[in-house]
Design a protein around this ligand. Structure first.
Ligand SMILES: [Zn+2]
Length: 354
């Protein structure tokens, strides 16, 4: 099984985010990806592939090109307004600041207004290298897609920054470009049939849901902490099932606090049955291991033993599969849990050579 990783993720290196008004060291740090890469490098049955650079047009298939343009310039244009190397918004375009017909109006002249227009939280800072790192994360995912399409098998993109909270014209939740959404849209186009994104991160992938909410080329299914208590709070409820052509193409499963291995694997198996019934021709997995019992920002209770069988369940679909990295913040077992999942989905045995 092949995996892809770019050292350019190191260019996105904020020292702080703002939580409850307090500048605090962020959880989404460069070390996360280095831990996963080190663990995978030790596994002789996982082989690292070459990352290619992709044209921006692939990103523009799911992101508003105006947002892509803005992200490229955001750090430079906001830099004069901050004493710190991170740029974090202080004003947001709340829905209450629009009336019908004005929702898409972008404030063009004031950099901090543009920042708040495209952001939804204060935990997603922009530093000098954010754009380049985010582009490299998309390249990593698309390189994995290339391999999965060539072989009909499974490939993994160790994407950082993650992507599933980023919508067409919105960054947030540590996410800038939606790596899974870009990959799935391109996969559906290349295969000429519908594909599925299965999101197993602890958090609901609000960005992915909203990108495909009215489309029937990508089925989005997610198991996540119930949004009544878990970020991103405002989306991810079970009655959100898609609209228009996308009606029936969105599937949310809300998890209660402290769900453990057996119940989780049962619910994941049910989701995979739903995916199977959609007759899709490819799968993208948004892999977050913040479902782990020791994760510092989540409240499920999965043990290390859950990740291999969780990956294994996807074998039943027998489809070209791209796994992209989303969250996971426990730095002790992060690498082991990702590796276990990948060995499961890759059809390898549980133990594996180290
Ligand atoms: Zn997460």
């Amino acid at each position: 099984m092949r995996w892809y990783f770019s050292p350019k993720h190191l260019l996105h290196d904020p020292d702080r985010e703002v939580r409850a008004g307090t500048p605090t060291p962020g959880y989404e740090v460069a070390r996360r990806a280095e831990i996963i890469a080190a663990e995978l490098s030790r596994d002789e049955e996982l082989h690292r592939g070459e990352v290619r650079a992709y044209d921006r047009r692939v990103i523009d298939q799911v992101h508003d090109p105006r947002m892509v343009d803005w992200l490229e310039e955001a750090w430079a244009e906001c830099r004069p307004f901050s004493e710190h190397r991170e740029i974090i918004p202080d004003v947001y375009r709340h829905a209450g600041l629009s009336v019908p017909g004005t929702a898409g109006r972008e404030p063009l002249q004031k950099p901090l207004a543009r920042l708040g227009f495209y952001s939804f939280d204060s935990m997603t800072p922009i530093v000098e290298g954010t754009y380049e790192a985010s582009r490299s994360a998309v390249d990593v995912a698309l390189s994995a897609l290339e391999h999965a399409l060539e072989t009909g098998g499974v490939a993994y993109g160790l994407c950082r920054p993650p992507g599933h909270h980023a919508a067409s014209a919105m960054i947030g939740g540590y996410c800038y470009f939606n790596n899974a959404a870009v990959t799935a849209a391109e996969m559906a186009r290349r295969l000429g049939g519908p594909v599925a994104i299965v999101d197993v991160d602890y958090h609901h992938g609000n960005g992915t849901q909203s990108i495909f909410y009215d489309r029937d080329d990508v089925f989005y299914a997610s198991l996540h902490g119930a949004p009544a208590r878990a970020f991103p709070y405002y989306l991810g409820y079970r009655d959100e099932s898609g609209q228009g052509a996308g009606h029936g193409w969105n599937h949310n499963v809300e998890l209660e606090r402290a769900v453990a291995d057996e119940e989780y694997l049962y619910l994941l198996a049910r989701v995979i049955e739903v995916v199977h019934a959609k007759n899709v021709v490819g799968v993208v997995i948004s892999l977050g291991v913040d479902t782990y019992m020791n994760d510092p920002i989540s409240d499920l209770a999965l043990s290390k033993a859950a990740y291999f069988p969780a990956g294994r369940l996807f074998r039943e679909l027998a489809l070209p599969t791209v796994v992209v990295q989303e969250g996971g913040y426990d730095q002790v077992d992060l690498g082991v849990n990702v590796r276990s999942f990948l060995r499961g989905v890759g059809g390898l045995d549980a133990a594996g050579p180290v």
